[in-house]
Design a protein around this ligand. Structure first.
Ligand SMILES: Nc1ncnc2c1ncn2[C@@H]1O[C@H](COP(=O)(O)OP(=O)(O)O)[C@@H](O)[C@H]1O
Ligand SMILES: [Mg+2]
Length: 272
């Protein structure tokens, strides 16, 4: 039974897609079978592997709305052990955009059931919103990774999102676990970054991955190169940090936590 991990945050530009692609590729590199699922209408996972809308046979929206079998939407990335399901909610297709506003005919959790044994990890790239697609992804997920960019208001922005997770946990998916918060685009030369990291680690009490992802130009080159960083420069700091994250994740116990919101600040209490 593969573990379904949602990479999610209500904010855009924090490294969700970069983490989906490069963590997935690192787990695949270590010999695990990985399926990436692109739930973001921008389609950045597909773009990261050099695919565009014309190469794509079927995608996640065809599965949800047209009930196309999931096997038809699985595409090869070109890297061993690593496949993906693209989004196919292209920005100019108003009709499909409208459709996603209504409840899908089939939920992601059900979609994944027949292929649960085919992969060790399913990694979902979520959109930067608290809408239908995110809700669907978090309902299907066993665990969640939340990328946080080290900026001063990072924690404040987390409050509403953690509240949503709590609602989903209470009402739809009681087994949803935090895999961890991931600090992304870290530049340790910056004093403010160091202060923010300290504050985040203090507030989120041991739920933050030890591994931090540095700001690294090679990671930003992924869509242009058409493959995860590990496939074109496995010694750069970006590739090494995602490989470290994969190893940390493989050794980690999944935490059981309750997240609470308190006057804009986040409080996380570990359940034992
Ligand atoms: N560690 C990093 N170092 C340098 N650039 C990064 C890093 N992580 C992400 N980026 C770049 O920052 C932008 C936003 O990242 P992305 O993963 O697309 O965020 P999200 O999916 O949360 O919107 C992209 O242009 C991406 O290439
Ligand atoms: Mg993205």
């Amino acid at each position: 039974m593969g573990e379904v991990i949602a990479i999610s945050s209500q904010k855009g530009g924090v490294g969700k897609t970069t983490t989906t692609v490069n963590l997935g590729a690192s787990l695949a590199y270590l010999g695990h079978r990985v399926l990436l699922i692109d739930m973001d209408p921008l389609g950045s996972v597909s773009a990261s592997f050099g695919h565009n809308r014309y190469d794509i046979v079927a995608g996640i929206i065809d599965i949800f709305i047209e009930e196309v079998p999931v096997s038809k939407a699985i595409h090869a990335t070109g890297q061993e052990n690593l496949d993906f399901i693209p989004t196919n909610l292209w920005s100019d297709e108003g009709e499909k955009r409208k459709l996603i506003g209504i409840a899908p005919k089939i939920q992601l959790k059900k979609v994944l059931q027949p292929i649960k044994e085919d992969y060790d990890f399913f990694i979902i790239d979520c959109p930067p919103s608290l809408g239908n697609l995110t809700f669907n992804a978090l309902t299907a997920a066993d665990s969640i990774i939340i990328p946080i960019q080290c900026e001063y208001y990072a924690l404040k922005a987390l409050g509403r999102f953690l509240k949503l997770i709590r609602i989903i946990k209470n009402e739809q998916n009681p087994d949803l676990r935090y895999r961890g918060f991931l600090l992304t685009m870290v530049d340790m030369r910056n004093k403010l970054t160091r202060i923010v990291i300290e504050k985040i680690r203090y507030t989120l009490q041991g739920l933050v991955f030890d591994t931090m992802i540095p700001r690294n130009i090679r990671l930003a080159e992924v869509p242009y190169r058409g493959g995860a960083v590990i496939t074109f420069d496995k010694n750069c700091t970006g590739a090494r940090s995602y490989l470290n994250l994969a190893n940390e994740l493989l050794g980690h116990k999944v935490s059981t936590v309750v997240a609470a919101e308190k006057s804009g600040e986040v409080k996380v209490v570990t359940e034992v």
